[in-house]
Design a binder for this molecule. Sequence first.
Ligand code: EPU
Length: 424
Amino acid sequence: MKKLKIQGKNTLSGSIRISGAKNASVALIPAAILADSPVTICNVPEITDTDALVEILEYLGADIKRASESILINPETIINKPIPSAISKKLRASYYFMAVLLGKYKHVEMYFPGGCSIGARPIDQTLKGFRALGAQIKEEEDKYTIDAKELIGARVYLDVPSVGATINTMLVAAKAVGETVIENAAKEPEIVNVATFLNNMGANITGAGTSEIRIQGVDKLEGCYTEVIPDRIEAGTYMIAGALVGDNLKIDNIIPEHVETLTLKLKEMGVKLEVGPDYIVTSKTENLKPVRIKTLGYPGFATDLQQPITTLLTQCEGISTLEETIYENRFQNVPYLNDMGASIEIKENNRMITIKGKTELTGTTVTATDLRAGACLVLAALAASGETIIENIEHVLRGYENILEKLTVVGAKIELLEEIKVNS
Ligand code: EPU
């Protein structure tokens, strides 16, 4: 088990360069399988989630070369074989392999994916997309065997605008016969990144980024080059860090439009910030105003920034409310924030919290229960007096590239502690 030790209340200034988006990379890497020749993906973050996907590709026999944030994938040597439970359960995004193996080989065997324990996270909408295109699905406990004689384009209405189901349906439809239309599609920028990658390979996809995506199936997809978009959730997390303890902290290499909802909320709170063409600068501000936040699909307030912004809400003067509409169990950070001195109450079936501020935060020992809960606690530790130990920091390392180095360079006092196992 790894832990982070953070000495709080150090001012952060300078510049943090944002990495490629985790939630785009984790779809782009499996998507490479659909090509018949090598693809190059640039700006891939070196995080344990991308490592786990590379491990699956290697298990399937792909030839992979990694060089400083680029990854060259040659899918020509891939053999379609069942993906064991132990590797598919390492992360949520393993389910993109379901779509690409089905799309390319018309057969896939794998298990229910893993991922942060933040709610039920069903995959029914992905399976609905596969079925609509003609796939037969056999479910045995958590194992799925999926076959299709032929994949034929269809209209797919998603009951919830799921990011995963939208990407999976696009992936499976790219080489299907005829046209697929996804209605009530999710609109996240990561979906546009995947559609652009597929189009670079020769696919014919229009409408990505809107609620109706059209995919005209093609026979062949070829190798190409693509670049991962900047990580808007990493950017947002560091923007909040700047608002807590920054002195002109520059969040660089971003697409400001992708974090606009957060920017508007920070402005509403009164945070001092400057928006540039590819950067945002934030600084610690006194007398922050309380706000109401409700998580929604893009372009609404991102659920992945809900836990990080809770730390900042503890510093607002008055009562803020935060409603989580995407996941049933995304307040596991709250008891730890309260242990650090926050005054937060969980209400309404675990879907709403009220945060009474301003409260001083004090360092103690806390646990990262999931990725963004961990990010929330890192922010709290940066703002707290004294020392905070954050246990289970592996969750954070899954999603934030070089977090230690990035924070250290701008002035944080942060250290990784590894527990050494002693054999008795
Ligand atoms: N849902 C269904 N059925 C489905 C799929 C989803 O009911 O078949 C529901 C979920 O239960 C949830 C909602 O729809 O209530 C949204 O789920 P979605 O499918 O959009 O999420 P996801 O694709 O599993 C991705 C990110 C998440 C991020 C969400 C929402 C990846 C690997 N994960 O998850 O990222 O929260 O979209 O933006 O791309 C994170 O990075 O911390 C993280 C959890």
